[in-house]
Design a protein around this ligand. Structure first.
Ligand SMILES: [Zn+2]
Length: 274
C-alpha cells in the first residue's frame, strides 16, 4: 500500500467512525437540482433546491437574503430543510438571524468553530430560539436529497493558527453524474489537505473559496477539480476580492468565471438526463 492510499484509508476510517447520514425533504427523481448564488454584497448566501426541499448555505451579512429567498421560494413556503453555516464570520452568519425569524429551519449544520463576538452570540441565541437541530459537520457526513447527495469533505471546530476561514464546512454535491464543490472560505491549506487525502474533488461547478482571495484556488487544486464554471460570491470590499491571481489561475485552467457582483444572482441547474 503506498503512502497516499494509507493516508486516504486513515482519513476515511477517522471519518467513518463519527460521520452521520441524513435524509431530508421529499424530492422526486424527476426534480432538477437547482443552485442559486445570491448577490447579497460582500459575503456568501446560496441555496440548493430540489422540488420543495431547500438547503440554504450561509446567509450573507444582513437581511438582504430575505428578499432573495422570497423571490426564489414559493410565497407559501416558509420552510428550510437544512441551513449550513460554513464558518462563523459575519459575512456568512448575520443574515441567518432574519431567516430564523421568517422561516422554519429544521436543521443547522455548523463547523463547530466559535467566534465570541456579540453578533455571533446574537446568531447563536437566534438559532437556539428557532429550535433547529444543530449538527456539527464531520468529514464523511452525507445528506441525501432523494438521489442527490451532499458529502462533507472538510469541517474543523479548531482550525490551525485560529484562522476561522479554514474551519469552513466544505462539501461536494453530487446529482446524476454531475457535481458542485462548495468551498466556503477555505484557503490553500485546506485545498492541500484535501488533495493529500486523495478525496474525489472533481466538479463541473466550483463555488470558489473565500470570495476569490489570492490565498485560495491554487493551480494544483484546480487541476484536481477540473471545473467548467466557477462562481465567485463577492461584493464591494476592501480586501481585494476577487484577487487578480485567483482569477488568472481560473482563466489559465480554461474555467468560465461568473461573479455575483457583476452578474447578480446566478442560477445553475443540474437537469435530469432524459
Ligand atoms: Zn467570507
Amino acid at each position: 500500500m503506498n503512502r497516499r492510499m494509507k493516508k486516504r484509508l486513515l482519513f476515511i476510517a477517522a471519518a467513518a467512525s463519527i460521520s452521520t447520514a441524513l435524509w431530508i425533504g421529499r424530492a422526486h427523481r424527476q426534480d432538477d437540482v437547482v443552485m442559486r448564488f445570491f448577490d447579497i454584497g460582500q459575503g456568501d448566501a446560496a441555496m440548493i433546491s430540489r422540488g420543495r426541499t431547500q438547503v440554504l448555505i450561509d446567509a450573507g451579512p444582513d437581511r438582504a437574503v430575505l428578499g432573495k429567498l422570497g423571490r426564489a421560494m414559493p410565497f407559501f413556503d416558509r420552510h428550510i430543510d437544512l441551513a449550513v453555516l460554513t464558518h462563523p464570520h459575519a459575512d456568512h452568519f448575520v443574515g441567518f438571524i432574519g431567516v430564523f425569524e421568517r422561516y422554519q429551519v429544521d436543521r443547522l449544520l455548523v463547523s463547530g468553530a466559535d467566534n465570541g463576538s456579540p453578533d455571533y452570540r446574537a446568531f447563536a441565541a437566534a438559532a437556539k430560539a428557532e429550535g433547529a437541530e444543530i449538527i456539527r459537520a464531520n468529514p464523511g457526513d452525507k445528506i441525501e436529497i432523494g438521489d442527490a447527495t451532499i458529502e462533507v469533505l472538510w469541517a474543523s471546530p479548531r482550525p490551525q493558527h485560529g484562522d476561522l476561514n479554514d474551519a469552513s464546512v466544505v462539501f461536494r454535491l453530487q446529482a446524476g453524474g454531475q457535481a458542485a464543490l462548495f468551498m466556503g472560505d477555505a484557503g490553500e491549506n485546506i485545498e492541500r489537505a484535501l488533495l493529500a487525502a486523495g478525496i474525489q474533488l472533481q466538479a463541473q461547478i466550483l463555488k470558489v473559496g473565500h470570495h476569490g482571495s489570492r490565498t485560495a484556488t491554487g493551480a494544483d487544486f484546480l487541476a484536481a477539480v477540473r471545473p467548467e464554471e466557477a462562481i465567485v460570491s463577492v461584493g464591494k470590499n476592501t480586501y481585494g476580492h476577487p484577487s487578480f491571481s485567483a482569477l488568472e489561475r481560473l482563466k489559465a485552467a480554461g474555467v468560465r468565471i461568473r461573479r455575483t457582483d457583476r452578474d447578480g444572482d446566478i442560477t445553475v441547474k443540474f437537469r435530469r438526463p432524459p
